[in-house]
Ligand binder design. Structure first.
Ligand code: UD1
Length: 368
């Protein structure tokens, strides 16, 4: 089958797309793919490295307030539709999948208008503007949180979960162990992963920097991912080697599924793909949602974990180094607390989302 995939901007939209591509390849080794993203998004770095044919269109998002920028956006959308239509004519996909971000707007819209089966994947509990707009035209909306169903036409919604979560669950534990030691961490100590989403988060970095002198006395260690753009500044504080006793600091992790398999606790933003990964694995978490996202959707994402006891929530405005360390101590120092959080996470985690989405795609192919 020929599959056109589009999604971009941040890791939370790109990794589900890549996981889906790998799942389809596993089921159908003759499948062919085209990925449409933007030149500036993270996808332009990640996707070509995966040897997936990659093309771009130029697009930006709508401002919620009246603005001249929106006139430019409409113009970009229409030229995006034209460019996407040309890519579609050339590639002749059997199905088109959008995994979120502005870029999939014109691509999925162009495909739907040509009568090609289309599906969008929504990772969040509150959808963004692009998927809401596309929901009028697509055949199905595959969702990850039950809560998001109410925003879409009922008859089109299918709860599949997030395909990246299945990939993480299936990652090799043995390779995870060797990845952890390659990073310079001990396999004898429990590990806390600190990560501020795919781009890093300055407020989390600021809090972690204030904890540096507290780690040397701990029985556990920290893998601290700063985000590429923040790394240089953090290195100035931590030193060239990126190592303080019990802390290893890196800008980005490319094999995150392997790392997630081997950590005991995660301190993170509440991006939806991260949450799908950790609930599928049953990994306890301390979540500091970004308050700078549309409709405060990260806090809503986070609360669905907190409600089942899988996560502790710290609002950014209430975060401090002391609070962070005391929550980490509380969870890692109490086997019972940790186990309860793990059970809570597993209760809502979905481990087979890639296969579910694949079967949804195949159903459409049978109908055409
Ligand atoms: C600021 C913003 O708009 N964030 C949104 C963006 O977040 P963001 O891109 O940060 O998304 P997520 O936290 O959901 O996912 C990040 C992805 O990147 C991976 N990863 C992260 C760090 C790293 O070093 N290596 C790595 O591989 C994670 O394992 C995960 O697969 O998309 C999410 C999914 O739609 C939304 O819920 C978030 O609100």
């Amino acid at each position: 089958m020929k599959v056109l995939v589009s999604g971009g901007g941040t890791g939370g939209h790109i990794y589900p797309a890549l996981a889906l591509i790998r799942t389809i390849k596993k089921h159908d080794e003759n499948s062919e793919f085209l990925y449409i993203g933007t030149e500036n998004g993270l996808e332009s770095k990640i996707v070509p490295n995966e040897q997936i044919p990659f093309k771009t269109i130029n697009i930006s998002g709508f401002r919620r307030k009246l603005s001249f920028e929106n006139v430019k956006t409409i113009y970009r959308f229409l030229s995006g539709v034209k460019k996407a239509t040309n890519y579609i004519k050339e590639f002749k996909p059997d199905v088109v999948i959008g995994t979120g971000g502005y870029v999939c707007g014109p691509v999925v819209y162009a495909a739907a208008k040509k009568g090609i089966p289309t599906i969008v994947h929504e990772q969040n509990s509150v959808p963004g503007l692009t998927n809401k707009f596309l929901s009028k035209y697509v055949d199905n909306i595959a969702i990850s949180f039950e809560d998001s169903a109410k925003f879409f036409p009922k008859e089109k919604v299918v709860l599949t979960g997030n395909p990246r979560a299945q990939e993480v669950v299936q990652a090799s534990k043995k390779e995870g162990k060797s990845k952890i030691s390659c990073l310079g961490l001990s396999d004898k100590k429990k590990t806390v992963l600190v990560v501020g989403g795919s781009r890093g988060a300055k407020p989390i970095n600021d809090a972690v920097l204030q904890t540096l002198n507290k780690w040397s006395s701990k029985e556990y260690q920290c893998l601290y991912v700063t985000g590429e753009v923040h790394f240089e500044n953090i290195q100035k504080e931590i030193g060239e080697s990126g190592k303080v006793e019990n802390i290893v600091c890196v800008p980005y992790i490319h094999d995150m599924p392997l790392v997630l398999k081997e950590v005991d606790l995660i301190v993170a933003r509440a991006g939806a793909t991260t949450l799908a990964e950790i609930t599928a694995l049953g990994l306890p978490s301390i979540l500091i949602p970004s308050p700078y996202v549309t409709n405060n959707h990260q806090e809503k994402n986070a609360r669905s974990l907190v409600d089942v006891g899988a996560a502790k929530l710290i609002l950014e405005k209430e975060m401090s180094a002391e609070k962070l360390m005391s929550e980490i101590d509380h969870i890692l120092g109490n086997e019972g607390v940790w186990t309860k959080m793990r059970e809570g996470a597993l209760k809502i985690g979905k481990q087979d989302a890639g296969d579910e989405l694949y079967h949804l795609i195949v159903k459409h192919l049978k109908q055409t």
